[in-house]
Design a protein around this ligand. Structure first.
Ligand code: NAD
Length: 502
């Protein structure tokens, strides 16, 4: 057998470099590295054969991933804010500079959404509107009795469950927020987006390791299952769980027995009243509802329109580039788009049409349209499943309403109490106020497309995890911190009177 000496030399050199870098960064054996063998975290459901040491965040075993993430957390805890900032910048830069390749891989694997938007979502992470270390603002109180400083401390290892709709963007955005706050994380991606999640994590860790000597700051379960998600929920080494997904995972996380940040489902309704700028409303609805083929949880899913302007709005929708389906076509589309699932035979979106281009939706009912068409729409009644089911498709139903009050009441009803996102197009401040109060949603967008509510075309910051059920809202680094107070009694208030005993 011929031995490839050059290859062996390369491998040995690389291993030596890594050992040296790791030793430099830890100084000594870290506290977390003995966690499993000491029995501190033994978790029967997740124990896998020993001997597999994960690198660059790739793990099949939850116990080993948590152990590695804990080691990385311990190492990160010895570094300052500036180094956290550098690490976060690495993630941002990889997302933006490799967006075409990574977005392409995500599109290839998940087969939902639109390639250009997969790319855009990654590029968006390299922007100050996705907050980083600068968001951690200490508070101080000073006075007669001295000084108190309130600082934001990390939790430790955070478990993140991520959706298929934005597999890598959610994971990367979670990583930016969580690491800015000083944490390490372990992610359980959706099985249909697991390869891109693992590849992104590998690239992030590789670059972070080269720069800082810390490996496995972001760990990923490469063969994710419901069992591995549950093992993360139950693991004693995971201090906090953060889930981004639909109703089932939201319920599971709330039962996890530890603190959970839950970014759950939505079914965002839009109300259009008689005072709205109809052309702008139509352009906004087309832009928001067609973005990544309606995969965004904040995207316009159903529209309630006051009778008086209904027909004019429908005309404006066509002017904005959407294609209108009528009568029978709407019935055919409804029949094609939903399937009965579960024992109770409830309706769910048909997988083959979820997140697909409008042209594919149209083809499903034998309709030929311009392939560049962003969106289909049509009139339905409120009982059509396109209204009630969170459908994530490029057909949007428009429901005719007798009054703005009725439109708002229907919006409230079909949002299902998720308190996620709602939108209105109106220039009547009373209508806007009434809807805002009644809906009680985390995001309430007026006179723009949904993404403007996340700072893309509107003000404010962005995140891919919007935590409605547990109340954290649009997550930021602060979401992933614990408050700690440091009090100095009677001293350090330099404005005060000199102490008599000084
Ligand atoms: P999904 O609920 O099918 O899956 C989300 C994640 O949860 C996946 O990793 C999945 O494997 C896991 N999961 C599902 N059921 C589970 C259970 N019982 N126990 C443990 N883990 C479980 O959702 P999806 O199709 O990937 O994503 C779309 C959904 O996510 C929509 O409902 C959308 O509104 C929601 N979403 C919400 C936000 C937000 O910020 N609030 C962001 C993106 C997506």
């Amino acid at each position: 057998m011929k031995i490839d000496e050059a290859l062996i030399r390369d491998v040995v050199t690389q291993v030596l470099q890594e050992v040296t870098a790791a030793a430099k960064s830890t100084g000594s054996h870290s506290a977390g590295s003995n966690a499993v063998s000491s029995g501190r975290w033994t978790n029967a459901a997740a124990v896998a054969p020993r001997g597999h040491v994960g690198r660059r965040g790739q793990f099949t075993c939850v116990d080993q991933a948590v152990e590695a993430a804990q080691t990385a957390f311990d190492q990160l805890s010895t570094k300052g804010l500036e180094q956290r900032r550098e690490i976060v910048d690495i993630i941002r830069k990889i997302c933006s500079s490799q967006a075409e390749e990574l977005g392409g891989l995500e599109f290839q694997e998940t087969k939902i959404g639109r390639l250009e938007h997969k790319i855009e979502k990654l590029v968006a992470l390299d922007h100050p509107r996705v907050p980083g270390v600068e968001f951690l603002r200490p508070q101080t109180y000073s006075g007669d009795h001295g000084l108190a400083v309130i600082e934001r401390a990390p939790f430790g290892v955070i478990g993140a469950i991520t959706p298929v709709t934005h597999s890598l963007p959610t994971l990367a955005c979670n990583a930016i927020s969580m690491i800015s706050a000083g944490n390490a994380l372990i992610a359980n991606p959706h099985p249909s987006g697991k390869k891109i999640a693992a590849e992104g994590v590998r690239r992030f860790n590789e670059a972070i390791f080269q720069k800082t000597g810390i490996d496995n700051l972001i760990c990923v379960i490469t063969e994710p299952t419901l069992e591995s998600a549950n093992a993360i929920f139950a693991h004693r080494g995971v201090a906090l769980v953060v889930v981004t997904g639909g109703p089932a995972v939201a319920r599971a996380a709330l039962k996890a027995g530890k603190r959970a940040v839950v970014a759950g489902p939505g079914n965002p309704p839009v109300v259009v009243d008689e005072t709205a700028d109809l052309a702008k409303a139509a352009r906004s609805i087309v832009l928001g509802a067609s973005y990544d083929n309606n995969l965004l949880c904040i995207a316009e899913k159903e529209v309630f329109v006051v009778e008086q302007v209904f027909d004019r709005l429908m005309d404006e929708m066509e002017r904005a580039g959407a294609v209108r389906l009528r009568g029978k076509q709407v019935d055919q589309m409804t029949a094609a788009a939903f399937v009965e699932v579960g024992d109770d035979k409830h309706l769910a979106p048909a997988k083959e049409l979820l997140g697909q281009d409008a042209v594919k939706m149209a083809n499903a009912i034998g309709l030929k349209i311009d392939p560049r068409t962003p969106l289909l729409f049509g009139e339905t009644d409120e009982h059509n499943p396109f209204v009630s089911v969170e459908q994530m498709m490029t057909f949007v139903p428009f429901v005719r309403c007798g009054s703005v009050e009725q439109a708002i009441d229907l919006a409230k009803h079909y949002e299902h109490g998720y308190r996620h996102t709602s939108l209105i197009h109106s220039n009547n401040v009373r209508n806007i106020t009434r809807m805002g109060k009644l809906m009680d949603t985390t995001l309430f967008v007026k006179n723009g497309p949904c993404m403007a509510g996340l700072g893309m075309g509107g003000e404010g910051y962005a995140s891919f995890s919007i935590a409605g059920p547990t109340g954290e809202g649009i997550t930021t680094p602060l979401t992933f911190t614990r408050e700690r107070r440091c009090s100095m009694i009677d001293d350090l208030w330099i404005l005060g009177q000199p102490r008599s005993d000084a």
